[in-house]
Write a protein that binds this ligand. Sequence first.
Ligand SMILES: [Zn+2]
Length: 355
Amino acid sequence: MPELPEVETVARDLRPRLVGATIVGARCSWARTLRTHDPLTFGDAVAGRTVLAVGRRAKQVVVDLTGEAALTIHLKMTGQLFVVPADAPDDPYVRLVLELADGREMRFRDIRKFGKIGLYGRDPVTGELVSEVGGTAVFAAIGPEPLADEFTVREFRRRLRRRKGRLKPLLLDQSFIAGVGNIYADESLWRSRLHPLRSASSLRSPDERRLYEAMRAVMFEAIERRGSSIDDYTAPDGDSSMQERLDIYQRTGEPCRRCGHPVKRIVVGARSTHFCSWCQRLSAGDRKGAKVILRTLTGGEVRRGRRWTELAGEGSIGLTADESARAATRSRTERTQRAAATRRAAARASIGGGG
Ligand SMILES: [Zn+2]
C-alpha cells in the first residue's frame, strides 16, 4: 500500500494538472469506491466546483474544491490516478471518473477495488473536513505529519513516552504518526539500529533521536525519488526509484548492507517485518515479551511448518532460513516484483500514458 512518500508524489504530480480545472460531472462504475455518496448524488455534488489545491494528509490525497469542500482519495492497495483526454481508451479497471470542463478526465483506476473517495465539507469554525457541520473531523484520529516543520524531535519524544508497546506496531499506528507504513517503518528501524520488537518505553534519549532522524531522512529521500514502485503503485508522471535504495525491506536472506549477516523476516501484527538481528539487537528485558508476541502473532506461520529460532544467545529472533528457503524467498520476491512491474506498465499503456 502506498505510504507517505508515494501519496505525496501522486499529489505533487496531480497538482499542476488539476489546479484551476472545473469539474462538470462524474461517472462511477463501482459504488463502493465512494465513501460518502452514491454515484448519482456524487456527480451532482461535485459538478460546478473548481480545484483550488491538491495536497496530502496521512496516506490520502486531498483535493480542495471551491464551495468549502474537498475530495479525499485513499489509494489503498492498487489505486492509481491519471488525468487524460476524455477520448483516451476505456479501461475496465477505472472505478471513478471526474469529468473536467476542458475536455480532460481524472480517472481513478483500482484493480482490487479497496480504494475510497469521499467528498466532505469544511467546518466553518475549525476548518477541518467533516461530513456535517459540527461533526467529527475526517482526520480526527490521525496523528501528526512526521515531515512537518513543527514535528520536532521533542514532539516525537513526547508522543513516544506516552505510548507503550513495541516499535514496529507503534510506527504503523496512524494515530501515533501519520503516513508511515510497512516499508518505511522497517527502513527507519534498520537505519536507527533498533529492533522492531523493542519496547518503546526502553528507548533512551539518543535512541529516540536516531529513530526520529532516520524516519524523516528515509521519507524525505523517498519523496525525492518519487517513492518505491512496489506492487501496483505508480504515480501520474511514472515510476519511482526508491525501491532500488531500500536497505532492508523485502531483502530476506540477503546480506545486511551494514554487517553482512542475513536479513531476517518475522511477522508482527500480520505484517512482514525485515530486520538484521546483528545490527538491531533486542535487550534481555525485551526478549521475553517478544517471544510471547511472536508466538501469538505468528501462529499461522508456525502451523504452516516453519520454525523459529530460539531467542537465546545473541538475541536473534527470526526465521531459520537455510539456503534453499532463502533462494525460494528471493525467487518469489522477484516473480512478484516482475508481475507488479508488468501491471504498472499495462496501467500506463491502457490509460493513455498519463497526459
Ligand atoms: Zn546488520
